[in-house]
Ligand binder design. Structure first.
Ligand code: B16
Ligand code: MG
Length: 216
């Protein structure tokens, strides 16, 4: 591809593993409501918005709730989740993430966050990484969830680069699809069996180098 001018990063599953906290908070809610919710079910919520996550849990249990109740339940879950992420520290940054962000910036490659989370600001401050992003686009700035490319297109716009000059790093299928739909190259973080639509798949940012961007 032409020279890479920007790297756009998903948050949960790429920079930190907040899925464990999402799971604990959703599980607490499910238990309180007498609903089933397993760690395997939690996989379905990765990269998915808060509202949609609750809908999925209700659907799995064949339960319906009014829009008002859903808002209350999602808020309750988020309060528990925020209590946990407020305790996060830089020790929770996934291996290689900080180093790769620093390498990008040292090479003049711009960096942006592209996350579905409305709590990304809190998380980045707690893990002390906010300063390594030139732009932050998250669930507070978009109206269309991944696989819609909105979050990444807004990131490219904020960095004043073309989509074709961007590489996205994503751990969720919907996120990989969002990048492809936006006309961007994408590196999947996880397993090739799951993230088959990505241009390249690595197990984590510790396995990534700037050199590898040229092969995309
Ligand atoms: P919040 P990402 C996503 O983050 C999580 O993967 C997903 O499980 C969560 O439901 C979503 O953020 C919304 O999070 O409730 O904090 O707004 O992977 O897009 O960085
Ligand atoms: Mg993710």
């Amino acid at each position: 591809m032409s020279t890479v001018k920007a790297c756009l990063f998903d948050l949960d599953g790429v920079i930190v593993d907040t899925a464990v906290y999402h799971y604990k908070a959703w599980k607490r809610l499910a238990d309180q409501l007498g609903l089933k919710f397993s760690e395997q079910d939690n996989e379905l919520l990765k990269g998915v918005s808060r509202v949609r996550s609750l809908e999925i849990i209700l659907e799995l249990n064949h339960v319906t709730k009014s829009a008002e109740e859903q808002t209350e339940l999602a808020t309750l879950k988020n309060n528990w989740y925020v209590e946990m992420i407020n305790q996060m520290t830089p020790a929770e940054i996934l291996p290689g993430a900080k180093e790769f962000l620093e390498a990008c910036r040292a090479a003049g490659i711009k960096t942006a966050l592209g996350s579905a989370s409305k709590n990304s600001g809190t998380i980045l401050n707690k893990i002390n990484l906010a300063g390594l992003f030139d732009a932050i686009v998250d669930g507070n700035h978009v109206s269309k969830a991944k696989p819609d490319p909105e979050v990444f297109l807004k990131g490219a716009e904020a960095l004043a680069v073309k989509p074709s000059e961007c590489v996205v790093f994503e751990d969720a299928i919907a996120g990989v699809e969002a990048a492809v739909n936006g006309g961007m190259k994408v590196v999947g973080i996880g397993s090739p069996e799951v993230l088959g639509k990505a241009d390249m798949v690595v197990s984590g940012l510790d396995k990534m180098s700037l050199k590898m961007l040229n092969g995309l």
